[in-house]
Design a protein around this ligand. Structure first.
Ligand code: FES
Length: 278
């Protein structure tokens, strides 16, 4: 049998154009080779910090990770630290900075606190950001504290079970930044999923190296040869959306076209079938 290699695979050629699985029109990003300075230039790092990390929206976590009022986790980006916390009015984000002298308010990665107490001079704050108490308040001049300094909020919105935050004063519309068709993310039902393990992975590289490694299946045969029996690595549908989002539809439960034997129910397929009770 000759292996069939499909460089621009379409999972379902009959998918209606308005459906979420429909192949998107190709976006020609040109043939210019991306300059290597993009991986080490300090100037570019600063531009990315402004345009991507602070002016846009970032996924901070999933909503179901904060089931109870008072639950919180820290979201750190470069030198910034945000407290993502479930308040009685919903999920909010605050800079992890005490308004008194700028101390880090919270150091534990996650937990449940309805009141945050600053470790420096023990001012305290409700988890909705409002000031709760000032230590030795009567020793302060009224003019210094009459505005009742609370925590500084960052923009925070939930969408499809994901928590998005932005450090911009006036962030762009979230739906525009996500740029996916309506209902796309909702299909994953992330709001019904539960986090079972938190994993932090630190890479000694520019962040783009990691992102780029995860948006192609080209490396599967070389880096993950054990997937050959169960992943159609050459039949992956890639789609680019106008505002920068992309997606891959990766066929699971079918052998790689790189593999000669396309008919045997191999060990990997047997395992997958057993997992679904077949
Ligand atoms: S810096 Fe937080 S109470 Fe002083």
């Amino acid at each position: 049998m000759t292996n069939r290699i499909i460089p621009t695979a379409i999972i379902n050629p009959d998918a209606p154009p308005e459906s979420l699985e429909a192949k998107q029109p190709a976006i020609d990003n040109g043939a210019e080779i991306y300059g290597k300075s993009g991986y080490f230039s300090h100037e570019q790092v600063e531009q990315e910090w402004q345009k991507i990390w602070t002016d846009s929206w970032l996924i901070a976590g999933v909503s179901t990770d904060l089931p109870n009022v008072g639950d919180y986790f820290l979201f750190k980006v470069r030198s910034e630290s945000l407290i993502i916390t479930k308040t009685a009015e919903g999920i909010k984000a605050f800079y992890n900075v005490c308004p008194h002298r700028g101390a880090r308010l919270v150091t534990e990665e996650r937990g449940n606190k309805k009141v945050f107490v600053c470790p420096f001079h023990s001012w305290s704050f409700h988890n909705n950001g409002e000031l709760r108490s000032i230590t030795d308040e009567d020793t302060f001049q009224e003019a210094v504290i009459c505005h009742r300094p609370g925590l500084t909020a960052a923009a925070c919105q939930e969408h499809a079970g994901l928590i998005f935050v932005s450090m911009a004063d006036q962030p762009p519309a979230l739906a525009d930044v996500i740029g996916l068709p309506e209902g796309y993310l909702e299909n994953y039902q992330i709001d019904k999923m539960r986090v079972v393990r938190h994993v932090r992975s630190e890479w000694g590289s520019n962040w783009k190296v990691g992102v780029e490694a995860f948006y192609e299946s080209y490396h599967l045969h070389a880096v993950h040869p054990e997937t050959r029996g169960v992943m159609g690595d050459l039949n992956v549908q890639y789609d680019l959306y106008p505002h920068g989002a992309s997606r891959m539809i990766v066929p699971l439960g079918q052998p790689s076209p790189r593999q000669a034997d396309q008919t045997t129910v191999n060990e990997g397929l047997q395992y997958m079938l057993q997992e679904v009770g077949r």
